[in-house]
Design a binder for this molecule. Structure first.
Ligand SMILES: NC(=O)c1ccc[n+]([C@@H]2O[C@H](COP(=O)([O-])OP(=O)(O)OC[C@H]3O[C@@H](n4cnc5c(N)ncnc54)[C@H](OP(=O)(O)O)[C@@H]3O)[C@@H](O)[C@H]2O)c1
Length: 419
């Protein structure tokens, strides 16, 4: 029995909400709130007669703490699931703290305006001290840890697929397969084809910022940063086939480096086709990925936001995308004094997702774990207080729910490794 407020109604939110409504014995009441209320109303209409969950909608600007507080105080949820954008993480966390409700999200904080001088000062210091230059990092949200502990609340950070499930896979490997994990390679393969020469599978602004940034990995206690797309490997993904993949910085590396004792190296690879890379490089070279506003015909325009308006809406890719994703981790380490290697992964079919919830697999693989993390915190099964990532809880109930709610996983005890 839980009353949930979901903020955001984009690609990921639409899946998370439909999955909550499939779990209506637990999520008895749900309010969908977003900037554009018509999208919330449309989804609520689609759910009519299909779920026992009582669904309502609201309009909220989550950049405004007072607005979020007013909504929480009127709806009185047990928990807020933030599936808006990473820009809203801190304002929603502030509102949750002020109102005494738990908080869950799928991506760590980054500012919308990376030219903000106050943010830049802290960012540049962090780049120097930690050695990676991605715009996002956990420090902003980890700084809320004591406040959430003092309030007796949980903030579950990053419960999508990666981050999210990849960190649950790590906790599961640690609990059931290893005495000590030495290396973790997280592999994110999208073997899907949407038929467009260029489109992003989730929010274009957040996605393009992430993949055009320098790559970095964790090795022997520190970060190693490399130019964007400069480390390339090939991997033969079960059920998808041979793909090129590139090393990226990714947020779960930061949490796993802190939380997995004895880990020596953590890397993250994502597959990209040549067409995607060529388009991205060209857009970057002409300045279209810039977040700095430019004057155009007397108006201020942020190039990457304008680009977002031109690109296909990720939520519209569902009917066109065919093929599968394969996302998971390869672990090496020691068990009972012997070296051991395993992989844990999930394969998800774009068209199956579309048939079930009307979305492609990237939104699906993020929305399902968002619902699961939310359910575990709301049920009190995951009840450590503070700001925590998914690797810091018992993985078993999460792994069971992945099987139950559409993302079954495989343990391969003899996987190919990455050089
Ligand atoms: N962990 C993972 O595996 C993973 C993978 C993919 C994505 N993600 C994360 O999932 C989140 C959602 O991604 P998405 O692809 O669903 O994005 P999206 O389709 O762009 O949807 C974002 C939603 O947030 C709403 N929103 C934006 N600003 C808002 C504000 N100030 N107040 C209220 N609502 C606001 C948008 O409203 P409008 O309709 O008005 O624009 C839209 O409904 C992002 O944080 C993304 O980084 C995580």
């Amino acid at each position: 029995m839980s009353r949930l407020l979901v903020i955001g109604c984009g690609g990921v939110a639409q899946v998370a909400i439909q999955k909550c409504c499939q779990n209506s014995e637990f999520f008895t009441e749900l309010c969908i709130a977003s900037r554009t209320k018509s999208k919330c109303d449309e989804l609520a209409k689609k759910l009519e007669g299909k779920t026992a969950t009582a669904v309502t909608t609201a309009k909220v600007d989550a950049d405004n703490v007072e607005e979020v507080k007013a909504l929480i105080n009127s709806y009185k949820p047990d928990l807020v699931l933030n599936v808006a954008l990473p820009y809203q993480d801190l304002t929603i966390m502030d509102a949750c703290l002020a109102c005494g409700v738990h908080y869950v999200d799928t991506a760590n904080y980054e500012p919308e305006d990376t030219d903000d001088p106050e943010w830049r000062k802290i960012y540049e210091k962090r780049c120097e001290e930690l050695g990676f230059s991605a715009y996002f990092d956990y420090s902003w949200q980890w700084a809320y840890d004591q406040k959430f502990k003092d309030a007796g609340l949980t903030a579950l950070l990053g419960t999508g697929f990666d981050p999210g499930v990849t960190s649950v896979f790590t906790a599961y490997a640690q609990k059931h397969y290893f005495d000590e994990i030495h290396t973790i390679d997280i592999l994110d393969c999208n073997g899907g084809d949407h038929g467009y020469p260029f489109a992003t599978n989730f929010n274009p602004e957040v996605n393009l910022r992430e993949v055009s940034a320098p790559g970095s990995y964790w090795e022997n206690g520190h970060w190693v940063e490399v130019p964007a797309m400069s480390i390339k490997r090939e991997y033969d993904f079960p059920e998808v086939g041979q793909k090129d993949m590139y090393l990226l910085h990714h947020e779960e590396i930061e949490a796993l480096a802190k939380n997995i004792p004895g880990v020596k190296r953590i890397r993250f690879f994502m597959t990209f086709g040549q067409s995607y890379l060529t388009h991205m490089k060209c857009l970057e070279n002409v300045g279209m990925l810039s977040t700095t506003p430019v004057d155009f015909n007397g108006q201020k325009i942020v190039p990457i936001q304008f680009l977002k308006a031109l690109l296909p809406d990720p939520a519209s890719l569902g009917p066109r995308t065919v093929g599968k994703t394969n996302i998971g981790c390869i672990f090496t380490g020691i068990k009972d004094g012997k070296e051991k290697t395993i992989a844990i992964y999930n394969v998800c079919d774009h068209q199956e997702c579309y048939k079930e919830v009307g979305s492609q697999a990237i939104s699906y693989t993020t929305g399902v774990p968002a619902m699961i993390g939310t359910a575990l915190v709301a049920a009190g099964q995951w009840n450590t207080r503070g700001t925590l990532t998914t690797d810091e809880f018992d993985p078993d109930p999460f792994m069971d729910m992945l099987n139950k709610f559409g993302l079954p996983w495989v343990v391969d005890e003899n996987p190919a490794t990455v050089e």
